[in-house]
Design a protein around this ligand. Sequence first.
Ligand code: G3I
Length: 341
Amino acid sequence: PSSLATLGAAKGIRFGSTVGLRNFEDPAYRALNARECALIVPETEMKWVALRPDAKRFDFTAADRIVAWSRANSLGVRGHTLLWHADRWTPDWLKAHDFGPRPRSEAERLLTQHVSTVASRYASVVDSFDVVNEAINPDTGLINETALSKPLGGERTIDIAFQTARIAATKAQLVYNDFMSWAADNERHRTAILRLLEGMKKRGVPVDALGVQSHLGSKFSDTPTGLGQIDEAAWRRFLDEVTGMGLDLLVTELDVHDNPLPTEIGSRDAQVAAHTRAYLDLMLSYPQTRTVMCWGLSDRYSWLNDFRPRPDKLPKRPLPFDAEFRPKPMREAIAAAFTAA
Ligand code: G3I
């Protein structure tokens, strides 16, 4: 059958997935990605914690390996992420950093040095960067505070990251990436992200698109509530506002957390597939959606396995291929959504 890359390309959609620490050594996993994808994104290797052993050094070894493999397999590469604006993912050395007598200029120096060094290094192979990832606290709607934003301010930190990326990678699509969702309880998160994006557009900050992570299902509730309560109308209103600002959309990290679904695999897979199809039909109804990435291709390597176990302790089935790399109904759902788009 045609690969997901081929089916997507027929409609001008680029399909891709992650490779990284947890699976890049597996030749079968690399082959699956090379066959099915047009695009890959390093799962961890382009983050500050992977690239920066300390304030002075950059270690590109792991990222360069993945980029070299991608080029050898004629795959595009997404850059994730020039700044994960959250204390949890700020390297310890940066949290402990002495910002000296002029903390604002020291913070700006560290931030612009990192963004320009990484973005210019990969500008010839990466045509779309997640410049800033997850800057908003979904519970408060406020911009996270980090070692950099304490002296610089949250908005200014984000603005500088985008302005620096534009200079270093002039042709790249610059993306703000976050996990807002169509879940009924996500209104505050969505509103805060709209406010952030409106402010950036007003200040002339060079942001081109919103990365919609699309971690579907529910990773917290274990009760069989199905895949969570969805507010489709609110989600469309949100996407209308985002595209109304002239921003494009990307599905950047699609998977379906099936914790609350029943044990029986046939029914679980069918519900995951139906959920995926409904979601992609909605997202692809926006012509601004030209990229669909899954956060991994095989159940064997999903980050969700590191997350809360299912009540029945069975392995999760969140991705288009099973742990033996066999296609699942979710893969057919993605193929059908591309074909119908
Ligand atoms: O593989 C090493 C292991 O050898 C070592 O013993 C262990 C010690 O901590 O670390 C392991 O690496 C882990 C790596 O995942 C393996 O892939 C890192 O600790 C762990 O921090 C890392 O977590 C990643 C996380 O982002 C933080 O970078 C997940 O793989 C990755 O799926 C997750 O992806 C994020 C996106 O970047 C942003 N959106 C949400 C998404 C899911 O959290």
